[in-house]
Design a protein around this ligand. Structure first.
Ligand code: DX5
Ligand code: ZN
Length: 214
C-alpha cells in the first residue's frame, strides 16, 4: 500500500488550516520537518506549530527530526503534541541510535531511522529490526524544493533487499524531490511512503498532484 505524506514545510503558514484540511481529505500522513540550525543549516518550526496542526489533523503525524540530540525531545513530540511516527538521523545519533529507537517505541510511537544521501546504507542494516520504518533522504536534509538525487533508487533497492533478507516487514519512506514524475519508479524500487513538499503545495491543484502520485 502506498501512503502520501505532504511535507508541511511547503504549506502556506498564513492559511495553515486550509492546508491541514487538504491533507486530511486527500493524503495519508502529515510529514513535519523539525530543523535546529545545527544538524542542518536551516531552522523550521517546533512544538507550537505542530501542536496547532495536531488540533485539526485527522491523519497520523510523522515528525522528521533534523536535530542533534534527538533523545532530548522525542518524549515531548510524542506526549505533548501526539506524534505517531518519529524519525531521527543516524548521522546525528550514531551509536545511540538503537537506544533512541527503543525510546520512541516505548513511548508508543513508530520509530524510524533516517539517512542522508552520503551515508552508506549498510550503516543502518543492524538497526532495521528495531525500526518500524526507514526514511531514505533523496536530497540532503535541510531545505524543501531541491532536485531529486537519482542514486536514491539504488539505495532504496539495497535497503529493501536487506529488509527482505532479514525477513522484516517495514515500509521505506522517501523524502526529497518526490512527485508524480518519479513516484512510480520509487514504488518499483521499494518505497511505499512518499514525502512530497513542493510537488504538492506548489502545484496549482494539490489534490490532483496527490492523485497523480497514487
Ligand atoms: C528536507 C525535508 C523534506 C522537504 C521535502 O530537509 O526533509 O521533507 O520538505 O520537500 P520537497 O518535496 O520540496 O523536496
Ligand atoms: Zn522530511
Amino acid at each position: 500500500m502506498i501512503s502520501i505524506a505532504p511535507s508541511m514545510l511547503s504549506a502556506d503558514f498564513l492559511h495553515l488550516e486550509k492546508d491541514v484540511e487538504m491533507v486530511n481529505r486527500y493524503a495519508d500522513i502529515f510529514h513535519l520537518d523539525v530543523m535546529d540550525g545545527t544538524f542542518v543549516p536551516n531552522i523550521s518550526f517546533g512544538f507550537p506549530v505542530i501542536a496547532a496542526i495536531a488540533k485539526k489533523a485527522t491523519k497520523p503525524l510523522d515528525v522528521h527530526l533534523m536535530i542533534v540530540h534527538p533523545e532530548k525531545y522525542v518524549e515531548r513530540f510524542i506526549k505533548e503534541v501526539g506524534a505517531d511516527m518519529v524519525s531521527f538521523h543516524y548521522e546525528a545519533a550514531g551509536e545511540d541510535s538503537a537506544a533512541i529507537l527503543r525510546q520512541i517505541r516505548d513511548l508508543g510511537a513508530k520509530a524510524g531511522i533516517v539517512i542522508n544521501p552520503d551515508c552508506p546504507v549498510e550503516a543502518i542494516f543492524p538497526l532495521l529490526k528495531k525500526c518500524d520504518f526507514v526514511l531514505i533522504m533523496s536530497v540532503f536534509a535541510g531545505f524543501g524544493g531541491q532536485a531529486f538525487i537519482e542514486e536514491s533508487y539504488d539505495r532504496i533497492r539495497a535497503v529493501k533487499a536487506e529488509i527482505d533478507r532479514q525477513g522484516l516487514d517495514i515500509p521505506i519512506e522517501v523524502d526529497g524531490g518526490v512527485g508524480p514524475a518519479n513516484a512510480r519508479a520509487l514504488a518499483e524500487a521499494g518505497a511505499s511512503i512518499f514525502v512530497a513538499g513542493s510537488s504538492v503545495f506548489k502545484a496549482p491543484d494539490p489534490a490532483a498532484a496527490i492523485a497523480a502520485m497514487r
